[in-house]
Design a binder for this molecule. Structure first.
Ligand code: MG
Length: 172
């Protein structure tokens, strides 16, 4: 059985991971509307990964005897004026998610919940990668997408992203 506070935090994180997925789907909607199908595809995969994260956390709770609750998922509220806006918003969002995961880790550390710390290790590493991916995308955009040709090439590159299920993570 998990500590009640830890269980509540992870349950809240399940909701926030679904929100992340919903947010990235909203980014994809924006790019689809702009005719940038590669960018849309990249964020659709991003959304799928976030739903995987939510399901991994849900499974951890269930496997530890916690009754998971399914709260409302917030509506994405970002507005975009130019195509670099979602990229910037994505990087900011990942930094926020890192702070949330770090917070749960701190709480687990404080009560010597080693099992949860080990579970969260995968997510700590994952957040490092998520932040890097988001930052790299901004860098690439700034470097290559200042004309139509460069934007077209970047769109093509992002169209090639392949989804891999996040099942190599913590025990499902
Ligand atoms: Mg995530």
């Amino acid at each position: 059985m998990l500590n009640k506070k830890i269980a509540t935090l992870i349950n809240e994180q399940v909701n926030k991971e679904f929100y992340s997925g919903y947010l990235y789907l909203d980014f994809a909607n924006y790019f689809a509307d702009e005719g940038l199908d590669g960018f849309a595809h990249w964020y659709e995969i991003q959304a799928q990964e976030e739903r995987d994260h939510a399901m991994m956390m849900r499974r951890y709770l269930i496997d530890n005897g916690v009754r998971v609750t399914s709260g409302a998922i917030a509506q994405p509220d970002k507005t975009f004026n130019k195509i670099s806006d979602p990229l910037e918003a994505g990087y900011e969002h990942e930094q926020y998610v890192t702070s949330l995961i770090n917070n749960i880790y701190s709480e687990a550390f404080a009560i010597k919940d080693f099992k949860t710390m080990q579970f969260l290790d995968w997510f700590i590493k994952e957040q490092g990668e998520e932040e890097k991916n988001a930052e790299d995308l901004i860098k690439k955009f700034k470097m290559f997408a200042h004309d139509a040709k460069g934007l077209y090439a970047l769109n093509q590159e992002l169209a090639a992203r392949v989804y891999t299920a996040s099942t190599t993570g913590p025990a499902m």
